[in-house]
Write a protein that binds this ligand. Sequence first.
Ligand code: NDP
Length: 310
Amino acid sequence: MSALLLSTKPATMEVWRRELLALDPSLDIRLFPDTGPVEDIIAAVTWNHPPEDLYRYPNLRLLISMGAGVDHLFRPPGPPPGVAVVRLVDRLLTTAMSEYVLLAVLRHHRQDAGYRALQAARVWEELPAPDTEVTRIGIMGLGTLGGDAARKLRALGFRVAGWSRTPKALDGIETFSGPEALFPFLARTDILVCLLPLTPATEGIINARTLAALPRGAYLINAARGGHVVEEDLLAALDAGQISGAALDVFRTEPLPPDHPFWTHPKVIVTPHVASITIPRSVAPQVVENLARLREGRPLLNVVDVSVGY
Ligand code: NDP
């Protein structure tokens, strides 16, 4: 009686099983929905698992998210009371996210869309040169991912600020914290990057009011969760010119429905939730380590504060 439940897409589960067993062949791994006796399960590694199902395992003590985000575990009814929740913090996840953000920032900053249009028309013409040192980037969420992106953008010479829930100090980066600092942070932001967790406090945070608080012509990059953006408000702000464009990796409905206006909007770049993908081989050691810690009663790694949902 000490089995580990895996739950995600069937092909991905097989990869996870292989990587976990390579590190600890003694693991008893069950692939959802073939759980065996529910009493056996003490831990679960999941992605988008039906939340109510987790109440069926009377001995469940640990939930491990297959990603950095844990909002999928907090969908009603939320994690069963008393069950610890941990997430992934991983070098490859962090690097990939910063690459996505840098790519989107530089594509906008260096007027890539404009030069592509000129190329299509065979026009040899200079667009106004951008000035990195006066371009103000604002990152919502200064955690593992936001902090890394902030440092890398700063290293490129941008003026970078970040907004977090609790106060932070980062070299060369202007920091804002708490709800009262949100609007001053937005007012100084030309390129807004969302790297927040999706929680009751951040749901719909990119809306008509917050978009209107940005300088006219600001650009939006959302690589966090679709639930952060009120999509109709963003479309209206794009069409009104308040927002000059958006790079969006995440959406309210995924996959993005074929008739969604974002697919064909001339100012929107769509990617299919791939900004940063979990590589099972890279994260398996921390999962095996947390299972050992659970067995031995030692403090877990990358613990989520269930009271705030991230
Ligand atoms: P962290 O928990 O390390 O950081 C979260 C940051 O958001 C912290 O700085 C936190 O503040 C801040 N924050 C949380 N709530 C609020 C709030 N109410 N007001 C202001 N700031 C707030 O998370 P990660 O950096 O690891 O990941 C961020 C998110 O990125 C994930 O939750 C996930 O949704 C998304 N993601 C998307 C991927 C993709 O492929 N598109 C891949 C991986 C992650 P404080 O520092 O004070 O705690």
